[in-house]
Design a protein around this ligand. Structure first.
Ligand code: ATP
Ligand code: MG
Length: 180
């Protein structure tokens, strides 16, 4: 499984619709300060269901919507879609390619889509449990994160091992079953 592409439209500095294509290998993103490199990884965090504005370097969730510039009007929504190659079926879904998308409007209305079908945040989370990709996964290692892992509480470190061992799904289901 690997990340094939990221589509952004109206997300942070990406006013125009842009598609970034990746290959199964190493890709570097380079550019001057403030050109939007970190916004690319923010887009991936966001589409995976990040709910904390601070994690996206904003103060409110609406801050992810293109806010306009001197000669360009603000946009009314932000949209991000990531497409993953799933020919090895690492994701438990019957598609060779999986596209996960999220859209949010200034009004606060929002939606998630998996391969074009509207779904809940929970469905997106469940799709990525135990793959290391979810927003709590280790597929995005942010600045200072290694230090936080090393200095963190043992319970927090345990969560990382659970994810790598592939047992998060079962733990969540157990909690859900016990609530019923
Ligand atoms: P550095 O090399 O300094 O880390 P970078 O390439 O990672 O820079 P980013 O932090 O990704 O840059 O991009 C910052 C830019 O994104 C700023 O110019 C900021 O104004 C712009 N930006 C962030 N949110 C929005 C928004 N909602 N609307 C418009 N522009 C935005
Ligand atoms: Mg940066």
């Amino acid at each position: 499984m690997y990340l094939k592409s990221i589509e952004v439209h109206g997300f942070k500095s990406f006013a125009n619709k842009i598609v970034l294509d990746f290959h199964n290998g190493i890709t570097g993103i380079v550019g001057p300060n403030g050109s939007g490199k970190s916004n690319v990884s923010d887009a991936v965090r966001w589409v995976l269901g990040e709910q904390r504005a601070k994690q996206l370097r904003g103060s409110s969730m609406q801050d992810v919507i293109f806010a306009g510039t001197e000669n360009r009007k603000p946009l009314s929504y932000a949209y991000v879609a990531i497409t993953l190659d799933n020919s090895d079926h690492m994701l438990d879904i019957d598609f060779k390619e999986v596209t996960v998308a999220r859209r949010v409007y200034r009004s606060g209305e929002s939606e998630y889509l998996i391969n074009g079908s509207p779904c809940r945040l929970k469905d997106v989370q469940e799709l990525f449990y135990d793959t290391g990709i979810g927003k709590e996964g280790y597929s995005i290692i942010g600045q200072g994160q290694i230090e936080r892992i090393l200095n963190g509480r043992p319970e927090e470190r345990r969560e990382l091992f659970d994810e790598a061992a592939g047992i998060v799904k079962y733990k969540r289901r157990k909690v859900a079953a016990q609530k019923k």
